[in-house]
Design a protein around this ligand. Structure first.
Ligand code: AMP
Ligand code: MG
Length: 405
């Protein structure tokens, strides 16, 4: 098996994933705005209206013309009507007059300023307004949030609830978003047993399926999991070919290393294509990226922490690229809370706990249980600490990159 890059550095692996996925980007579809959260926007959105759409009151109180206020001291104004949020009344407020108004209500003609209800005294059709109110106080001006005709959202943006809400505020009922990739999940290994069944000697419970399903669902995807595949190349070939014909992405875990029972690389080399196999990273060195039929394959090693690290880095990049996500995932700089000695030259994604310090820094404490089978350390972590290729000795206080996990 040759003719593909192997033992490459992490940045090259990521570039290959992005390059291949970039040629396979998914089509756009239109979804109602109520279903758009978490999707990737596939069009620019220009504001069809201004926000606020009209001048309105910021508070419950009384609206009047600022010119009606006396230059010194408080003013007594005649209460001539009321304007609540909703329908615009046909009011014309004259000099020396005011109207009762509620938050969000349009300012009646002749008014430009609001006094807060709690600051005023109402008495038999008159309102005493205190001194010192600035012109335009407590008025929200048309367009001060968004002007009409400007680009407010861009193709490739991840639709957070706030972005979807902005579109809704502009009256947009549907948006073009990139289709979701369909994803098939395979766990492999003769030793695997489903939770709930008894363990025979030599067997372990399948933990990677729930890890992967959870990671994928956290991305808003609806992955499909297969029953565990035994380490049987014939069976694997048939089942994987089936999935490859129907899904955009196939994620396998296990069976991708150099052992006698590791059949995945041979299957892909013989029936599809390998884009790379083995990346100089820890954990997850044996990770493979390839394709078969219509599906892109990302084949993760079996150890659970390798699954976590390779999915969050290469796997998620693949899914992001397919969906044309332009905004990079957040990555922070943090101060290392304890020294760490790397025993190898590879890029490492070490588990750790990220927290803010009282003086406003981010501090990350590495978890000493750094082996790729030590799932407990991953469960006790909220971050992956990125330790550079080549670097060896880290001191407490060194600044490192971290990724949330
Ligand atoms: P492999 O990559 O198949 O050689 O597996 C590497 C290690 O990960 C072995 O100790 C496997 O037992 C373990 N492993 C593989 N698949 C799973 C899984 N789905 N859940 C838990 N551990 C696994
Ligand atoms: Mg295996």
């Amino acid at each position: 098996m040759t003719g593909y890059p192997t033992r490459i550095d992490f940045a090259s692996a990521r570039d290959i994933v992005r390059g291949v996925a970039g040629n396979r980007m998914l089509k756009a579809e239109r979804v109602p705005v109520t279903r758009a959260s978490g999707r990737i926007l596939a069009e620019d959105i220009t504001s069809p209206i201004a926000l606020p759409p009209f001048d309105n009151s910021r508070m419950d109180g009384f609206a009047f013309a600022h010119a009606s206020l006396s230059k010194e001291g408080s003013t007594t104004l005649r209460l001539m009507g009321q304007q609540f949020a909703g329908r615009l009344q046909d009011l014309e407020v004259g000099a020396g007059e005011c109207v009762r108004i509620t938050t969000g209500a349009p300012l009646p003609r002749g008014t430009d300023t609001v006094a807060i209800k709690e600051d005023c005294v109402e008495d038999k059709g008159a309102v005493h307004v205190p001194a010192g109110i600035a012109p335009g106080a407590d008025v929200r001006r048309v367009g001060e949030d968004v002007q009409a005709g400007v680009r407010v959202l861009e193709e490739g943006q991840w639709l957070t609830p706030a972005r979807v809400s902005l579109a809704a505020a502009l009256g947009i009922a549907s948006m073009a978003v990139t289709q979701r990739p369909t994803v098939a999940v395979f766990t492999t290994g003769d030793e695997l047993v489903e939770p709930g069944l008894p363990l025979a000697p030599g067997q372990i419970y399948n933990s990677n399926r729930d890890l992967l399903m959870g990671l994928l669902r956290a991305e808003g995807l609806e992955p499909t999991a297969w029953p565990t595949l035994p380490d049987d190349p014939e069976r694997m070939k048939v089942v994987l070919a089936d999935a490859a014909a129907a899904f955009d992405v196939v994620i396998t875990c296990g069976g991708v290393s150099a052992g006698e029972k590791d059949h995945v690389p041979g299957l892909l080399a013989a029936n599809g294509r390998i884009h790379f196999w083995k990346v100089r990273m820890k954990p997850g060195m044996p990770v493979l990226f390839g394709e078969l039929d219509r599906a892109l394959f990302i084949c993760l090693p079996g150890n659970p922490v390798s699954v976590l690290a390779t999915f969050l880095t290469l796997g998620r990049d693949l899914l992001d690229c397919l969906q044309r996500r332009r905004e990079p995932r957040p990555r922070w700089k943090a101060v290392l809370g304890a020294p760490w000695r790397k025993t190898h030259d590879r890029l490492e994604f070490l588990r750790g706990w990220l927290d803010g310090t009282p003086d406003g820094r981010l501090l990350v404490m590495p978890n000493a249980a750094d082996a790729s089978h030590q799932l407990r350390a991953a469960a006790d972590s909220n971050a992956l600490i990125v330790l550079s290729e080549g670097a060896r000795d880290y001191r407490a206080g060194d600044v490192v990159d971290v990724i949330g996990c």
